[in-house]
Design a protein around this ligand. Structure first.
Ligand SMILES: [Zn+2]
Length: 165
């Protein structure tokens, strides 16, 4: 069958192709020649479809309509439903690299690291316990004395370790 009339209607497409797929007494293969891209638009007639009651094919995911309906093998030129390999000759299609989206989160993470480094430097500049308490107060900590004591003790422990090493 030669298909030379393009249609946007899936129903029309399937009706047309179905005619040729009807069982008859002739034991000949039904050859579909699509000259106008109807298969690319609507897929193969024996492809699995999910129907809804309003007569339109269901689209389960957003943008699925725009997805590839048919695959043309670049080796044997067979047309088949989308698959990672040709259903006729077995040619495995090279996997297309997906484009990587840039996410703001990565930049944010770097920013957090930078902030942390700046905070550590600020902390190192607080030489005495009183300086630390002052810093804790400036940062708005709940109990700057407690925080300062914690940092101070940790710093002392580190210094002792360095001295004994
Ligand atoms: Zn092939």
């Amino acid at each position: 069958m030669l298909d030379y009339s393009p249609t946007q209607s899936l129903a029309k497409h399937l009706q047309k192709q179905g005619r040729g797929l009807r069982k008859d007494d002739l034991d000949e293969p039904h050859i579909l020649l699509d000259l106008v891209g109807n298969f690319a638009r609507h897929g193969l007639p024996d492809q699995e479809r999910e129907w809804s009651l309003d007569g339109k094919p269901k689209t389960t995911r957003k943008g699925e309509k725009g997805q590839e309906q048919i695959r043309l093998c670049e080796k044997c030129f067979a047309a088949h439903a989308p698959a990672p390999a040709c259903t006729e000759c077995g040619y495995v299609y090279p996997v297309q690299e997906r484009s990587i989206k840039e996410i703001d989160g990565e930049l944010e993470e770097l920013d957090v690291k930078g902030k942390r480094r700046a905070a550590n430097q600020e902390q190192a500049q607080a030489q005495t316990l009183a300086d630390l308490v002052e810093l804790g107060r400036k940062r708005g900590y709940k109990s700057p004395e407690k925080w300062a004591a914690h940092i101070w003790t940790a710093r002392q422990a580190k210094q002792n370790q360095r001295m004994s090493a």
